[in-house]
Structure formats: C-alpha cells, structure tokens
Design a protein around this ligand. Structure first.
Ligand code: ADP
Length: 932
C-alpha cells in the first residue's frame, strides 16, 4: 500500500531537487546551532545565579557572626539589608542555634522544609533557589597547650555553631534573560532561513531555466513550430548549446518542408493512379462481362455442336453395328470394326468436351440414386478390361473392398462411374505389366453420410515428379509422345477432379516412374437404406490355379469370406496329383486361363480330364481379350466361364450353381437381338426430322415384328396420332417449327394419348433440359446415339407400364405441390389459385439469385427478408415443399444466423429448382388456361 503510494508520487523536478539540496543543509545546521547556543546560554545563566546566591549566603554567614554573638539587631538588619540589595534575592533569614528566626528581611519566604545541617547547601525549585549556610563563632584564645619543641603555645581553634542563614533567590530575572536570548536566536534563525530560501530558490531557478527553455524548444520542434523554437534565448554561458539548437531547428525545418512537398507529390500520384485504376476497373468489368458472355456462348456452342455431331454419329454407329452382323469378309469386317472404334472414341471425346463445358458453365447437377458400389466397380473393370487388355498386355485388375463397406449408397452413380472409368482406364492404359488395384475404404462417416476413400494403384510407367502439377490442367498431357501413343484429349483428369470436388472430395496423385502411380480420391455419399440379399456361406471345396500372386490373394480372401475351402495349386501337375489323391473331397476346379495358345490347350485338356475322369466341373477364369465365345468346345465341360476381372458376386453365383452349367445363358447374352417375339404387332410412332435416324429405328424395330410409322415433323405426328392409336411414341426434341416438347403437350391434349408412353430421343445432356423434357409430358428419354439393346429394354419397360401418365406426374408432384391446398385457400377458384401460383413461381428465379447473392455477402438480415417473403407466399400457393424448407431456413437464420446455414439454404434452393422444373406438370383444373 505504502509502496504504491510512493510510486504514485510525482517525481520532483530538477529545480525543486536543487532547491532542497541547497536549503536542507542550511536549515539543519542553523537549527542545530540555535539549539546549541540556547542550551549553553541557559546553563550559564543558571550557573551564575547559583554562584551568586551561594556567595551572598556565605558572605551573610561570615558577616553576621559578631552580630549574633553580640545580639546586635541593627547590625544584623544592616547585613541583611545589604544582602537584599541584590535584586536576585527575595528574602534573607537568620536563625539562632536553636533554629529560631532571629532576623529576616524580604518577601515572605516559601515554606519549605530546609534541613539544618552544618554543611552549606542549595536546593533548586521551579521558580526559586534556597541556600542555607551554618554560622560559626571562632574562639581563638592563647591559653592553649604549650609546645615544648617549638617553645610556642598552640593556639586552640574552637568553632561554635551559633546559627544559620537562609537565603531565597528568585529565578524571574534569569527567566527574562532567557526569553530575551531565545527570541534573539529564533529571530536570527528565521531570518537566516528566509534568506536561504530566497537564495536557494533564486539559485535553482537560475540553474534550471536554460534546461526548461531547452525542453520547451524541443517541444516546439516536435510540434513543428520551428520559428517559435528559433526564438529561444539561452544564457550566454550556453552559447554553444544555443547555436546547436538553432542548427538542429533549421535542419529539421528543411526536412519538414521536403517531406511536405514529397507527401503532396505522392498524394497527387495516388490520386492519379486511383483515377486510372477506376478507369481500368471499369474496363475490366466490361471485359469480364464480355468474357462471361463469350464463355456462356462457348458452352452453348459446345453443347450445340455436340448435339449436332451426336446426331450423325448415331446413324454411323447404328449402321456400323448392323453391318458388323452381316459382313463375312474379314477384310471388310476389319474396316467396319475400325469405323466403330473410331466412332466410339469420337463419341467419348465429344462426351468429355460436353462435360467440360457443362462444368465450366456451372451447369453440372449431380443426381441422387441408389446404387451398388461393388457392382459398379466390377462393371467398370469389366468394360475396361474388355476394351483395353490385349494378348500382349496381361495385367491383373483387382478390386479390394474393406470389409466394413456397405454395398448400397445414394449418389450420382453415372458420375462415379465416369470418375472410376477415367482413373482405372488411365491406369490400365499406362501399365504394361503388373496390376491395377482399386482399394476402397471408409474415410469417415456421420449418421447420414459416408466419405469413401479410393486408391487406384498401378504398376505402370508412372509420371515424372516435375510433370505431376500439369495433370489436372485442361488439355494437358504429361508428354506429347505419350499422347501420340495413347491418344486422349487431356480432359479426363480435369473432369474427374471437378466431379470429385462436387462430391465434397479431394483428389491427389503420387507417382514414381520406377514403381507406378497411385491416384487417391475421396467422395462423400449419402447412406442408403437398401441392402443386398444376405449371402449364406457356401460349403464347397475347390482347387485353385491362379499364377498371379496379386489375383490369387484377391480370390483366396474372398473364398475365405464366403466359407469356401480351397487348395491353391501352383501348376497343372499339382492339380492333377491333388485330384488323384482327394477327388472325393473336391467340388470344383477354379482355373485361370491366359489367352496364349499353350496355356489354352493345357487348360482345355485339364478341364476335359477333370470332367471325364472324376466328373468334377471346372470354373474357367478367362483373361481378356479372350472371349467366352472363343472356347465353344468347353461350354459343356465347364460349369461356368468367368471373364476376368471377376466380380465377387459372379464368383459367388458360379460357386453356388456349380453343377448347373449356365453356359447357355451366357451365349444368349452374346446374341441380344434373338428374341423379340412378344413385341410383334406393337405399333410405334417414331418422330424425327432426320430421315437417317428414322431409317435406323425402322431397321432395328421392323425385324422384331414391331410396326413402325414415321413422322418427319411434330405437326405430322399430331395429325397421324389423331387418326391412329399408337402403343408407344419415340420423339426427337429438336425439330423445326414445332419441337418435341410442344408436340408432346399437344398429344397429351388428345383423349386417347393421355397415358401413351412418349420417349424422348435427345442429344441434350444438361440436367435442366432433361427435367424440362419430363415436365413437358414425356415419360422417359434415351440419349443419342441410341444403343440397340437399350432401345428394346426401354420398349419392354414402357409397354408393360400400367401406371397412367397422371399417376407418374402425381408421384413426382406429391412431395412438391399440393393442389387441394392451393385451391382450398381461394375457395376452389382455380383461376385465382393459378394466378397466385404463377406470381410466386415467376418470381422464384430472381429470388433464388437474390438468396445466392445474400448468402455470398453473408447478409443475414436481407436473407431473412427474402426467405420470409417466399415463406409467406408459399403457404397460400400449395407449394408445400418450398414452404417447408423456407420455414426451416427462416427459423435457422433467426436463431443461429448464418452458422451452418449452407446445407439448409441448399435444400431450400433445391426445393425452388424442383418446383420450377415440375411447374409444367401441375394438373390445374379445366377452367384454367393451359400452362405457358
Ligand atoms: P486423357 O483423356 O488424355 O487420358 P487425362 O486427363 O485422363 O487425359 O490424363 C492426362 C495425362 O496424364 C495422360 O495423358 C497421361 O500422360 C497422364 N496420366 C494419367 N494417368 C496416368 C497413370 N495412371 N500413369 C501414367 N500417366 C498417367
């Protein structure tokens, strides 16, 4: 506390310190001197009074001896008078030997108990002294004892006590003297100190004045008051300092002026560059708008071009496939195969370019469907192996799934297939020997979502480290020589990366030309409630011959997991010797066959041996490009022929049906067009402005017994439909005069076409256009170029469809729009209900953009305003889904602000888009005009 107080004291100024340094010693010395003088003077006065009193007492005692002896009163009084004449003496008393007063003079003595002793003594009281002395009478007679030696008498010295004298002396006189002296001393002391104070003050201020002046001058310098600083005058002894100060001031003034000029210059420069920046920013803004516009035009152009290119490709591919079936001459067959291959790669390139332009234009929307991931990966492997493996290029393709991975997910399976096809395709393309493995594991999961981690590991040519950074840039390939060797556009990885990022994932690559490359990526998928049928354990014992260690590990791990016991053999001899020993305990032989001739012949012999000798069936695992059709003679001997890479599912099925020999089923698959008997007499109308495409449809459908009518325009189609009832209609989208969507809407107005399946044939792949197609009243769509098999499957699906078109629409609308609710609000007045709905729906596109804008700017208040507006309106227009999501978002924003609002806002925007896409499907009651 005390310390705190001390530290709070303001430090003394230099002037004060100097003052105290001068004044304090003078003050202390003068005080001490005064005390010393006073005390010695007071002692002196006391001592003098004491001496005088004592002396007078003794004098009275001596002189009064005879007066007492002779009782001479007069003499006594004279003596006393004499003593009293001293102004210090108050009273004098004489006592006889009996201690009785015999004479006294002066003021009445104070009653004190003086003791009568033979010795003289003085007692001091506060205001007076009392002195007492004995009076003797000396009797000097000669009748003393004679001294024989000296011949003289020794005189006898006899002293007799005859009385006492008592004198009282007062102290008042010395008190006055003391007061006088003390006054003098105090006066001198005060005077001296006043003089000292004046002197010290003067001296200290004289000494500190230049320092103060200097401080003030510096202060003015700091404030930039240079002329005031220059006026500072220091005493002559500081002339040098004064000169330096002036010098410093001038220099600073100079710098200051320079600085101001510099600042003015810079300000001017900044102003000018800001002007030019503003100008540049305006130019940039314009350029940016132009660039965006040209980007949009580019994407549109690419989409149009791709459409235009796909349409003729459709015809080329279709006829090529037709030719392939008919041509026998191997040379011609080679030509046609080449045409097919080239067309397919052209299609792939167009697909890539279209995807790229869609991604660039931000138009790539992901779909959500339930899919089986294992089946998807197997499928990708299967297709790629058939296309990419050759007799010379034999590599192991191995999918590896961690045990805890579920089979079913919800996500965009087409896009996941695209990612995997691209990465696994690249890996196979750039690997000459070894393996391409795909490892799938769970990276993380929540109650709703799973993040999967994929690794595509190859043992191929690898990518040099300094070229890895180029991989994900558009149109870039690691080097041009590989490009020539392997082809491709260099867009695959760019598209893959964008797709992965859109699925909330990341992609990265590590590569070493001596080992190979590993591409890792993650994607986040929703969990699916679908599960695959439980696969019960198989109680089987098999012999396994698989020369590749990687593949053997994959197979044995799976066999273990489904309870199949196996003996892994290293060659055919070992199989035979094992069979000879324990053929009773063996259910089948699992045999891997590479396409080289020797291996094939050996395998053939082994299979025949097992079948004939022990009646043990074999399951043949064929490495592409070996086709199942290449082993016609083995079909009856083998229990099953599986094409590598072998999916776990197909292996399970093969092991389950070991003795059933389902080879016929496989051969059926190779000839798809064989049986369309049940389509006979089906009446189909094909509408397309391109005669080539119509011809192609005709070519496919007529042999199956389908009755195909063709229309070259929408108008013609409607006319034909009025006069004839078709079972199914194929409708081109882009047609002059009246497009496919409008034609469909007109057809749906016709009574007997309310529920007829209408399938779009489109080269458009954008998600929003597909939605529009469906919204216009069509049931499904097929993307050009049309696959023959898919065409027949689609016909099968829709001809057996029992649902009315309205049922389908209702299915779609059920969660989006509630017509009853919309009508109930306006007492069933459909016109008003539709008007209100249109007002909201018309504004939604703009409102959606506003929401996205406010979200970007993080402006909660304005966002709440918009959402609240839509929420209010959506309650009265039957738009139940929008109302629900607007309610969620509004509550979220009000209670939690923008924190974690992204997902809720996304759902809301999705709800808006969904409504806009299905707007045309709403079945407003008849009194209402047709929708626009
Ligand atoms: P493209 O469609 O031309 O194959 P990608 O974007 O898929 O384009 O690949 C770009 C380039 O990256 C390829 O040309 C190749 O040089 C290199 N690359 C991709 N994957 C691999 C891989 N697994 N091993 C070696 N090089 C690869």
């Amino acid at each position: 506390m005390r310390l705190h107080f001390l530290t709070n004291l303001a430090p003394l100024s230099v002037g004060r310190k100097l003052f105290w340094a001068l004044f304090t010693p003078v003050f202390v010395i003068s005080m001490l001197t005064s005390l010393f003088l006073l005390s010695t003077r007071f002692d002196d006065l006391n001592r003098q009074l004491f001496e005088r009193t004592k002396q007078i007492t003794e004098q009275v005692a001596t002189t009064s001896e005879y007066a007492i002896v002779f009782s001479d009163q007069n003499m006594m009084y004279r003596i006393l008078q004499n003593a009293l004449s001293n102004h210090d003496i108050n009273s004098v008393q004489l006592f006889n030997s009996e201690q009785k007063i015999i004479a006294e003079l002066g003021s009445a003595p104070t009653q004190n108990n003086m003791t009568f002793t033979e010795e003289s003594h003085i007692i001091e009281y506060d205001d007076h002294l009392e002195s007492m002395s004995a009076i003797y009478y000396a009797n000097n007679s000669l009748d003393g004892i004679f001294n024989a030696q000296t011949d003289l008498f020794n005189p006898t010295n006899q002293r007799n006590l005859i009385g006492w004298v008592k004198i009282e002396a007062n102290k008042s006189a010395i008190k006055i003297a003391k007061y006088q002296y003390a006054s003098l001393i105090i006066f001198s002391l005060v005077l001296l100190n006043i003089l000292t104070i004046l002197g010290a003050y003067h001296f200290s201020s004289h000494l500190t004045q230049p320092i103060n002046k200097l401080a003030m001058a510096l202060n003015k310098l700091v404030k930039g008051q240079f002329s005031a600083a220059k006026l500072t005058k220091l005493p002559p002894e500081y002339a040098e300092l004064q000169k330096d100060l002036l010098d410093l001031t001038e220099r600073l003034e100079h710098h200051h002026e320079e600085l101001i000029i510099g600042i003015e210059q810079s300000t001017e420069d900044i102003r000018r560059s800001m002007d030019s920046m503003e100008e540049k920013s305006a130019q940039l803004h314009i350029a940016n708008r132009e660039a965006m516009e040209s980007n949009r035009l580019k994407s549109q152009f690419l989409a149009n071009i791709s459409h235009e290119v796909r349409t003729p490709l459709n015809a080329i591919l279709g006829y090529t496939k037709t030719l392939q079936k008919d041509i026998v001459d191997p040379q011609q067959r080679l030509y046609v195969d080449t045409i097919e291959q080239s067309t397919n790669s052209l299609l792939a390139i167009i697909g890539d370019i279209l995807d790229f332009s869609k991604i660039e234009a931000g138009k790539l929307n992901l779909e959500n469907n339930h899919f089986n991931l294992k089946a998807l990966v197997d499928d990708v492997y299967q297709i790629l192996s058939v296309n990419l493996l050759t007799k010379e290029k034999q590599i192991d393709l191995v999918p590896e799934f961690c045990a805890d991975i579920p089979e079913w997910f919800v996500g965009d399976s087409t896009r996941i297939r695209q990612i995997l096809t691209n990465l696994i395709g690249n890996a196979i393309k750039f690997t000459h020997q070894g393996s391409v493995r795909t490892k799938v594991s769970i990276a993380s999961q929540t109650s709703q979502e799973i993040t999967l981690s994929f690794q595509i590991i190859d043992t191929g040519i690898g990518i040099p480290e300094h070229k890895i950074h180029r991989l994900f840039k558009p149109f870039s390939q690691v080097d041009t020589s590989t490009t020539r060797q392997f082809g491709g556009t260099g867009l695959g990885l760019v598209i893959t990366k964008k797709l992965v990022e859109q699925m909330k994932g990341k992609i990265e690559v590590s590569s070493d030309p001596s080992i190979g490359s590993t591409f890792r990526f993650t994607i986040t998928l929703k969990k699916s409630n679908k599960t695959s049928q439980y696969k019960q354990k198989l109680d089987r014992r098999v012999l396994l011959l698989e020369p590749s260690t990687t593949y053997k590990n994959y197979l044995t791990a799976y066999l273990d997991s489904i309870g199949v016991h196996y003996v892994a053999c290293s060659d055919i001899e070992q199989i035979i010797s094992t069979l000879n020993k324990q053929h009773d305990a063996i259910d089948a032989v699992l045999l891997s066959v590479t396409p080289d001739d020797q291996n094939t012949t050996e395998a053939r012999e082994l299979i025949a041996y097992c079948a004939q000798q022990y009646a043990i069936p074999s399951i043949m695992m064929v490495q592409p490009p070996g086709q199942i059709a290449h082993y016609p003679d083995l079909k009856s001997l083998c229990s099953d022929i599986l094409l590598k890479p072998i999916s776990q599912d197909r292996l399970y099925q093969a092991l389950l049906h070991i003795n059933k020999a389902p080879i016929e089923l496989l051969s059926q698959k190779a000839l798809p067009s064989a049986n369309h008997e049940h389509l006979k007499n089906l009446k189909i109308l094909a509408v397309d402005d391109s005669p080539v495409n119509l011809q192609l449809l005709n070519h496919w459908l007529t042999p199956a017994g389908v009755k195909v009518s063709t229309a070259y325009s929408g108008r013609q189609a409607v006319d034909m439909a009025i006069h004839e009832k078709f079972d199914l209609i194929f409708m081109d989208i882009q047609m002059p005069e009246m497009d496919g969507m409008e034609t469909t809407q007109q057809l749906r107005q016709l009574k007997h076409y309310k529920n007829t399946p209408i399938i779009a044939l489109t080269a458009h792949a954008l998600g929003s256009e597909q939605q529009q197609i469906l919204a216009s009243g069509m049931n499904a769509y097929l993307t050009k170029p049309i696959d023959e098999e898919l065409l027949f499957t689609t016909i099968e699906t829709w001809r057996n469809n029992t649902k009315t078109f309205q049922d389908q629409v209702d299915d779609k609308l059920i969660n989006i729009f509630d017509l009853d609710k919309a009508l109930a609000v306006v007492d069933g007045k459909a016109d008003i209900a539709k008007e209100m709905f249109d007002m909201l729906a018309d504004s939604l596109d703009a409102e959606k953009k506003l929401i996205q804008h406010h979200l970007e700017k993080q402006d909660t208040e304005k966002l709440i305003e918009v959402v609240h507006r839509i929420h209010g309106a959506s309650k009265y227009t039957g738009t139940i889904n929008i109302a629900r999501h607007a309610g969620f978002l509004e509550t979220h924003l009000k209670e939690l602000g923008l924190e974690d609002a992204d997902g809720v806002a996304e759902d809301f925007i999705e709800a808006i888009e969904e409504l806009l896409n299905h707007r045309q499907l709403i079945p407003w009651p008849q009194s209402v005009n047709p929708t626009r």
